[in-house]
Design a binder for this molecule. Structure first.
Ligand code: 13P
Length: 264
């Protein structure tokens, strides 16, 4: 974490949740002791599409914003079951996850698909959270940096900037498994991602763009992960489903950022 880049904690509910869970989640914020430090953090919750409007209503009273989990690359049309970036914006989202490995794997999304979705998000006025990450085999073969930097370069639009784009490094083998890379491995990949962004978008964008880590982030490991200089936040799956875990994770991140900011 770097004091110049406000941290982002994004919760990805995936295909989980009910309207009752949204209500409980929103109440939990109002009932929790409100930590001033949290205001320095950008907190995003990405529920499944049907719960987005309810979340947006509740978000207006609380310190988080709402994001989608995916969007189509077209604004509208005959795409049964899909949701456009424009629709997400229309119901109150400010961001959308694109290229999550679960979509890359289950729906054969490739970098060029992800790039079109990220472009659609930008056009609709949403921040795209572009996900990248290697498989266990690719890691074992020492290909992590090459795979991940190629995904970054091919998945983010030409005109992407730090305002409309974030990158989430999520090693596929770390998602939902309780396993995380070694701290120096995360540092190395994040540093390589920032280097790739510098080459393609220039030093200023690279310096400001937020690069999140995702994969088995929990309240008790978030501080260690976020203390890496090039890690600017976390994309959280399982732990975002429990309001207690999610808010303690956010509080731990915010405390760390407040400490860093005081040091400079
Ligand atoms: P877990 O936090 O459950 O490992 O999920 C990470 C993830 O896929 C977030 O998008």
């Amino acid at each position: 974490m770097n004091h110049k880049r406000p941290p982002v904690i994004a919760g990805n509910w995936k295909m989980n949740g009910t309207s009752e869970m949204v209500r409980q989640f929103s109440e939990s914020i109002l009932n929790n002791v409100w930590d001033e430090n949290l205001k320095q953090c950008e907190i995003i919750v990405c529920p499944p599409a049907p719960l987005i409007p309810l979340f947006c209503e509740n978000a207006s009273q609380a310190a988080f914003v709402v994001g989608g989990q995916d969007c189509h690359s077209s604004e509208s049309g005959a795409y049964t079951g899909d949701v456009s970036a424009l629709m997400l914006k229309d119901v109150g989202c400010n961001s959308v996850i694109v290229g999550h490995s679960e979509r890359r794997i289950s729906y054969n999304e490739i970098n060029s698909t992800v790039k079109l979705k990220a472009s659609a998000a930008k056009k609709a006025g949403l921040t795209a959270i572009v996900c990248v990450g290697e498989t266990q085999d690719q890691k074992n073969d020492g290909e992590t940096v090459e795979i991940v930097t190629t995904q970054v370069l091919e998945s983010i639009p030409e005109s992407a900037s730090d305002i409309d784009t974030m990158i989430a490094y999520e090693p596929i083998w770390a998602i939902g498994t309780g396993k995380i890379p070694k701290i120096n491995e995360i540092a190395n990949v994040h540093n390589a991602i920032r280097g790739a962004v510098a080459k393609s978008k220039g030093a200023e964008v690279a310096e400001r763009i937020r690069i999140l880590y995702g994969g088995s982030v929990k309240p008790d490991n978030v501080a260690e992960i976020l203390s890496i200089d090039d890690v600017d936040g976390a994309l959280v799956g399982g732990a975002s489903l429990s309001s207690n875990d999610f808010w303690s994770l956010c509080t731990n991140a915010a405390k760390l950022f407040a400490m860093l900011s005081r040091k400079v």
